[in-house]
Design a binder for this molecule. Structure first.
Ligand SMILES: Cc1ncc(COP(=O)(O)O)c(C=O)c1O
Length: 423
């Protein structure tokens, strides 16, 4: 089993990976929170944005703003070119064979719902099954629960083992001849586990099923190559990878997208409309009804440029280094239990933990007093969190601008909070 990302293509990078220089690109990192320097460790929820992405938004609204695909005037042509260029950048970023396979959506959740409401609606029937994992975000659970109920299909789970890894010992019996879809997270937003996507893709294809990957936590942090992973659908959100909120991506195999019915109806997605009927535009427009999120798509292109300059291999290496360091430092905290794989090379830069005596919300609030932002709660993965006999956990998650000294501050902050609560 290969749990590292090495099944994907390497990505070089043209800029030196210098964290101090990276940090200077992020205006928000200069903020003081409760009188302390901001230490932002909630990157799995959303990342901060570099000046280059913010500038792309203001440049667009100050210089280019116009509707796309409709005008013959200069601004509309420029807006269309920039919008489509961003699509091509995203396609290259994940090594998609064709830019038309990249559909702009609002976020990962909408991408997943789109597949559930179109492909799955047509292809899943009574007695079929859909296989997901026990470590999914609600966004990759609830659409399939709803679909299974509607279709009288079965929803099956691959378990998460005690070691935090996906248990695929019974893969052949769970993914069987009635499986129509395997929908799995590439990297768990709670455990940090990097899952063996290619192995599951091979099994899904062997039984004639389709595989969809929730890449919300992988595309921002490691090289992801849809061809070497051999997947059929891949979903992610720009806001977790330096881009703006309100825009996400559904990538799908051209032949599958071609066969799928539209998700929404309206302007831009049609080829011809009569008073009686309508037919559909070519890809990708068939799935992009109405005026799209032009500015945010273009800014997503700027985010991709930024990550490409650093090199996704380097992004991953930096986060691995931080994860190894964090796990080592956390091991000195006697009352803290880290969730997920013990081996830092089998996981990404997400460290969720449970404190034996301090509730995560108290811990999160106390750390905020020290300027440290972590996430606390169920992390939109209630079934997984409850499997640890708790209702909430704390989570520190890293990105390109985080440093070892910030992890030291987190560990000291937890110690300080322990001192306060033991008084
Ligand atoms: C693994 C995973 N899937 C899906 C989502 C949902 O992403 P969004 O809220 O951008 O739709 C998240 C967000 O935290 C996530 O971590």
């Amino acid at each position: 089993m290969n749990n590292t990302y090495s099944e994907t293509a390497p990505a070089a990078g043209t800029r030196k990976f210098d964290v101090e220089s990276i940090r200077s690109d992020f205006p928000i990192l200069a903020r003081k929170i409760n009188g302390r320097n901001l230490i932002y460790l909630d990157n799995a929820a959303t990342s901060q944005k570099p000046r280059q992405v913010i500038k792309s938004l203001t440049d667009y609204y100050e210089q280019t703003n116009a509707n796309v695909h409709r005008g013959v005037h200069t601004l509309s042509i420029e807006a269309t070119d920039e919008y489509e260029l961003a699509r091509s950048k995203v396609a290259n970023f994940i090594n998609a064979p064709r830019p038309e396979e990249v559909i702009w959506t609002r976020n990962t959740s909408e991408s997943l719902n789109l597949v559930a409401a179109t492909w799955a609606e047509q292809n899943v029937g009574e007695g079929d099954n859909i296989v997901i994992t026990a470590m999914e975000h609600h966004s990759n659970i609830v659409p399939w629960q709803q679909l299974a109920a509607r279709k009288k299909a079965e929803l099956r789970y691959l378990a998460a083992g005690e070691d935090g890894l996906l248990d695929i010992s019974n893969l052949e019996s769970i993914v069987d001849s009635r499986t129509r879809l395997v929908a799995m997270t590439h990297m768990s937003n709670v455990l940090g586990t990097v899952n063996p996507v290619r192995e599951l893709a091979d099994r899904a294809h062997a039984v004639g099923a389709v595989i969809l990957v929730d890449a919300a936590q992988s595309v921002p942090h490691m090289p992801v190559d849809v061809r070497s992973l051999d997947v059929d659908f891949l979903c992610f959100s720009a806001h977790k990878m330096l881009g703006p909120t309100g825009i996400g991506v559904l990538w799908g195999r051209y032949d599958l997208l071609e066969e799928m019915p539209p998700y929404m109806f309206g302007g831009d997605m049609i080829l011809e409309v009569t008073y009686e009927d309508a037919n559909w535009n070519k890809l990708p427009y068939k799935f992009e009804a109405g005026t799209p999120n032009i500015a945010d798509a273009i800014a997503t292109g700027a985010a991709v440029d930024y990550l490409n300059d650093l090199g996704m291999d380097n992004v991953w290496l930096h986060e691995q280094e931080l994860t190894v360091y964090a796990m080592e430092k956390f091991s000195a905290l006697n009352e803290v239990k880290i969730l997920g794989p013990k081996d830092p090379t089998l996981r990404g830069g997400v460290v969720s933990f449970i404190h034996e005596t301090i509730h995560p919300h108290d811990l999160g609030t106390a750390l905020d007093q020290q300027g440290i932002a972590i996430r606390t709660g169920h992390h939109c993965a209630m079934p997984l969190i409850r499997s640890f006999d708790v209702v909430a956990a704390a989570r520190a998650s890293f990105y390109i601008y985080n440093t070892k000294s910030e992890i030291d501050a987190l560990v000291n902050g937890i110690r300080e909070t322990e001192g306060y609560f033991s008084r």
